[in-house]
Design a protein around this ligand. Structure first.
Ligand code: SAM
Length: 260
């Protein structure tokens, strides 16, 4: 079998990529440290950078074989080698603090709701655009609108749409506000407090975690005939009315439900 085919299609719908990535790091460290102490040839202090390089290579390869999304592959490959490099640069502590603050401001959703930031691919946006009903003035909501990329794409290609977003991470909210100006109304807040009854189309690209509760909310609030679209993440036990393979880096699908 060609090496390129050696992938396990097990991007588990239960384990979010963040957790999979963390487990892969632990596994890679266990292997590298086991190897180092077993051979008893590598002095941990002296070869710290070499060990982090090995760890990065292992973590990157395992991420590839386990079919994690491409950006996780890059993160897992580079995380510890870059950390080791940063130690060499002897960065002042406030840079680490600034990094942590930036992470919190952009990844608040991941900390609070187990929904990290990753962006809809171009294919996802194009397919969504293709399948949106053509009736003018459609009210569209992106729940967890991130950097506003999807809304910006729709603003450009469907000037008639009434565009809305809700985002819980302050830095992302600010960025999307600046990006879209008055073209979209983007609120800073929690998606669970948004009334979905005002929208014809609700788009979610979140994670497996909130899907069961979100489906209950959508069923309760969305008007008959409206469209609920989830990028990639299923509603357990509820078959979508349509499913479109995206063949993108996320190996995603658009799942569509026409609300009753
Ligand atoms: C995977 S990103 C999707 C970004 C964008 N919708 C897109 O498709 O490109 C999910 C976003 O949801 C946000 N989020 C997570 N939980 C949220 C919540 N409870 N309320 C509002 N936004 C939330 C995260 O901060 C993140 O920006």
């Amino acid at each position: 079998m060609a090496v390129s085919n050696l992938k396990f299609p097990i991007s588990s719908p239960r384990l979010p990529p963040t957790l999979q990535a963390g487990l892969i790091h632990l596994l890679a460290w266990a292997l590298v440290l086991g190897l180092a102490s077993g051979a008893q040839q590598i002095e941990l202090d002296l070869n710290w950078r070499g060990l982090t390089l090995m760890q990065g290579l292992l973590a990157g390869s395992v991420s590839y074989f386990f079919a994690l999304p491409a950006w996780w592959l890059v993160i897992n490959l580079l995380f510890f080698p870059l950390l080791a490099q940063a130690q060499q640069w002897e960065l002042a502590p406030h840079w680490y603090l600034a990094g942590l603050a930036a992470l919190l401001l952009t990844q608040l959703g991941a900390v609070r709701n187990r929904v990290p930031l990753y962006l809809s691919s171009h294919r996802a946006k194009s397919e969504l655009l293709r399948l949106l009903p053509t009736s003018p003035g459609l009210r569209f909501l992106d729940i967890g609108s991130g950097t506003g990329g999807l809304l910006a794409f729709l603003a450009k290609n469907r000037p008639d749409l009434v565009l809305n977003g809700i985002e819980s991470a302050p830095a992302l909210w600010l960025l999307s506000r600046l990006r879209l100006g008055t073209r979209a109304s983007i609120a800073l807040g929690d998606l669970w407090h948004v009334d979905l009854s005002r929208y014809d189309v609700v788009y979610a690209f979140l994670s497996p975690e909130p899907m069961p509760r979100l489906w209950q909310k959508a069923k309760r609030e969305m008007p008959p005939g409206s469209l609920f679209v989830s990028n990639t993440f299923e509603v357990p036990g509820v078959k979508p009315d349509a499913s479109i393979e995206l063949h993108d880096l996320h190996r995603g699908r658009l799942l569509l439900w026409r609300m009753a």
